[in-house]
Design a protein around this ligand. Structure first.
Ligand SMILES: NC(=O)c1ccc[n+]([C@@H]2O[C@H](COP(=O)([O-])OP(=O)(O)OC[C@H]3O[C@@H](n4cnc5c(N)ncnc54)[C@H](O)[C@@H]3O)[C@@H](O)[C@H]2O)c1
Length: 432
């Protein structure tokens, strides 16, 4: 099939390369000329395991191309994916301006029947709005399908190639058949495609993210109780996770969720609910608790240094909002760094993949290192903000030699408390 993907970020690029990998002809469009140039040369613009190989392979076989010419892409495609940003507006609502601007641009060039597939996370009713916008400019038949994306950054390629499920929201049989054929290679192992109406598909995405954010936040609140009572969150997690109704995943306490999705989607669903006359109380609390949780290590740091933070130097392990991605959007590390800088602490950082993105955001306010051990030199203590696997079994002796004092503030509960005691570390973690 001939496919266009408009917006070549995390979702668009992964969608584009995976659809090319199954034999489709894919044109990826982006307004960012640098992105187009880099991707055309086979250089990935994001860090995702397996992406480089699949990108270069499909470029070599000429199944994928990159352009900033949306008109060319639209005129030459039967299916047009929209993978555009829907960030938070100041009031918490989803900002649809990127989506609207792309739709306005392409509308006059719909030269035949097309299926427009929206992969962006958008409020209920957006598919209908997009269709109405298109019909103002074209007399061709168009179907607008809602096909929310559930990939996880860090596992994006494998999630797209082997999805748990695919959700297709459409009331058009013709579009449903096309989508079924397009996704057939991805559901060969019996994983399901759920067909539903557009609105239900749009709400499914928000419901999934808001539920997961709530699950994480609930455990972080239980961790707060653990700290006040002497209970251990690890034991509580095992105790409840063995109940199948609860499940073992997403129960790890820490310094909160971040990323480009959970924070904005929780806010957007909350805002949207109010607009339709419903006060979604849990979401208000989830957002607020998570904002507080990002700073959960701060009182421990202040108390450890007896309030004398000015002139201290802290080393950070991890900046990305979670491991295996270079994405730092809304990362808890950033909230902590900002708070510590205000207290006069100097900050040295190491992250396996996110340094380039961090440099754009933090500029010269922190010092950057390319080794997890070099960053420790001259630091008073270490803060762990992201649970990259390379931090799980480090050389504690070497850390001890490099750090000024044996102190670790662990926002991701990586180490065994007894072991840290035996190694003579002052070890602070969450809920233990
Ligand atoms: N990142 C994720 O893990 C993830 C997962 C599921 C769903 N989503 C949703 O998918 C959507 C896209 O997210 P993302 O993380 O891929 O965003 P992103 O910011 O990484 O990428 C968006 C891309 O769109 C481009 N763009 C903006 N306006 C354009 C225009 N008019 N024409 C062409 N290109 C344009 C930008 O330059 C950018 O490259 C969002 O709604 C997000 O909530 C994201």
């Amino acid at each position: 099939m001939n496919i266009a993907v408009v917006g070549t970020g995390y979702v668009g690029l992964v969608t584009g390369v995976c659809l090319a990998e199954t034999g489709n002809q894919v044109i990826c469009v982006d307004i960012d000329e640098n992105k187009v140039k880099s991707l055309s040369q086979g250089i990935p613009t994001i860090y995702e395991s397996g992406l480089e190989r699949i990108l270069q392979g499909n470029l070599f076989h000429k199944r994928i191309s990159f352009t900033s010419d949306i008109i060319y892409a639209v005129e030459n495609s039967e299916i047009i994916f929209l993978a555009l940003p829907t960030p938070s507006s100041a009031d918490g609502s989803a900002d649809l301006s990127f989506l609207q601007s792309a739709v306005e641009k392409m509308a006059p060039y719909i030269n035949d029947y097309k299926v427009i597939v929206n992969k962006s996370t958008v409020p209920v009713g957006t598919a209908e709005m997009v269709k109405n916008m298109l019909l103002l400019h074209t007399h061709q038949e168009v179907d607008v399908v809602s096909n929310p994306e559930f990939l996880r950054e860090g596992l994006a390629i494998s999630d797209f190639m082997k999805p748990d499920r695919i959700v297709i929201g459409t009331s058009s049989e013709r579009a449903a058949e096309i989508m079924k054929e397009l996704y057939a290679p991805f559901v060969r192992q019996g994983n399901s495609i759920y067909f539903m109406d557009e609105k239900s598909a749009e709400l499914t995405k928000y419901a999934a993210n808001a539920f997961l954010a709530t699950k994480i936040t609930f455990m972080n609140e239980i961790a707060q109780l653990c700290e006040r009572t002497g209970a251990n969150i690890d034991s509580v997690r095992l105790g409840i996770g063995s109940d199948e109704r609860i499940g073992k995943r997403f129960l790890f306490a820490g310094i909160g969720y971040g990323g480009s999705c959970f924070p904005k989607d929780v806010k957007a669903l909350n805002y949207f609910a109010k607009g339709v006359g419903y006060n979604f109380q849990i979401l208000e609390a989830v957002h607020q608790v998570n904002e507080n949780q990002k700073l959960a290590l701060l009182p421990k740091i202040i108390s450890h240094f007896k309030g004398q933070l000015s002139g201290k130097r802290l080393a950070f392990w991890g900046l990305s909002f979670k491991p295996n991605t270079d994405d730092i959007r809304e990362a808890p590390s950033l909230a902590m760094i900002e708070a510590l800088l205000q207290l006069g602490v100097s900050i040295a950082v190491f992250d396996p993949e996110a340094i380039a993105n961090a440099q754009e955001k933090l500029a010269s306010s922190v010092m950057y290192f390319d080794s997890p051990y070099d960053v420790l030199k001259d630091a008073d203590a270490l803060v762990i903000a992201t649970e990259w696997t390379i931090f799980r079994t480090p050389d504690f002796m070497k850390m001890s030699e490099l750090l000024k004092e044996n102190t670790i503030f662990d926002g991701r509960n990586l180490y065994d408390i007894e072991k840290m005691k035996s190694l003579a570390f002052n070890y602070y973690s969450i809920g233990r």
